[in-house]
Ligand binder design. Sequence first.
Ligand code: GLP
Length: 242
Amino acid sequence: MEVVIVPDAKAGGELIAGAMAQLLRRKPDALLGVATGSTPLPVYQALADQVRSGAVDTSRARIAQLDEYVGLPADHPESYRSVVRREVLEPLGIGPDAFMGPDGSAEDVQAACEAYDKALGEAGGIDLQLLGIGTDGHIGFNEPCSSLVSRTRIKTLTEQTRADNARFFEGDVDQVPHHVITQGIGTILEARHLVLLATGEGKADAIAATVEGPLAAVCPASALQLHPHATVVVDEAAAGKL
Ligand code: GLP
C-alpha cells in the first residue's frame, strides 16, 4: 500500500484527478468507480477542470457506482444515483448510457445486487476505484465486521453511519435509510487500482487502523492491505495518527 500525504483536500483532489486523467489517456473507455460523500468532491472538480481545458477527453469514459440507499426512489436528490449524476456525470460530460449502478428501488433487492456484481465483471472490471472512508473504517457501505470476501449485497447501516450521513437529509437521522446496497469488499478488491482519499482529523483514527492496524474485518478499509495496487491519499489532518 502506498500512502501519499498531501497538504490539503484540494491537493488530494488534483493528485487523484491527475491519475484518472492519465488512465483515460492510456485507456479512453476506462471504467472509473466513483464514491459519494463530501470527500471525493475535489477530485471530481479537478477532473472537470481538466475536461473543460481539453486536457482530458471523457467522451468514452464509463462510470460505476459504489453503493446505494435502499428504498429511496432513483430521482430522490440524495439517492446516490442522483448524487453521481449531479456531481460526476454532468460535470464530466458523461452520458447516462456510460453509467452503471445498483438499483436501490428494485422489488427484488438481492437479485439487483447479484445482477450488478455480475454486470461489473461483464463490463471488464473497474480500472480505478475511488473510495472514501467512514469514521468507523467502512468503505462503500461495508460496515465493520463485513466479510473481507463479500460480494455486492444488502447491508444494514450502523447508527453511527446514519448519524454521519444525516447532514445530507436536513440533519434528520430519521430520514436516513436503514438499508443499503454496497459493492462487497471482495468486489471492491477486484478493481485494478484502489485509491482511497481521506481528509480531516475526523478520519485520523480510521486511517491509522487502515494503514497501520492489523488486517481485520473490524476495519473494512484494512482490506486494502491485501490489494497489489492500493493508494491512500490523506491530508495532514487525516494523517495525524500515523
Ligand atoms: C458514505 C459512503 C462512503 C463514503 C462515506 C464517507 O457512507 N457510502 O462511500 O466514503 O460516506 O463520506 P464523507 O466523505 O462525506 O465523509
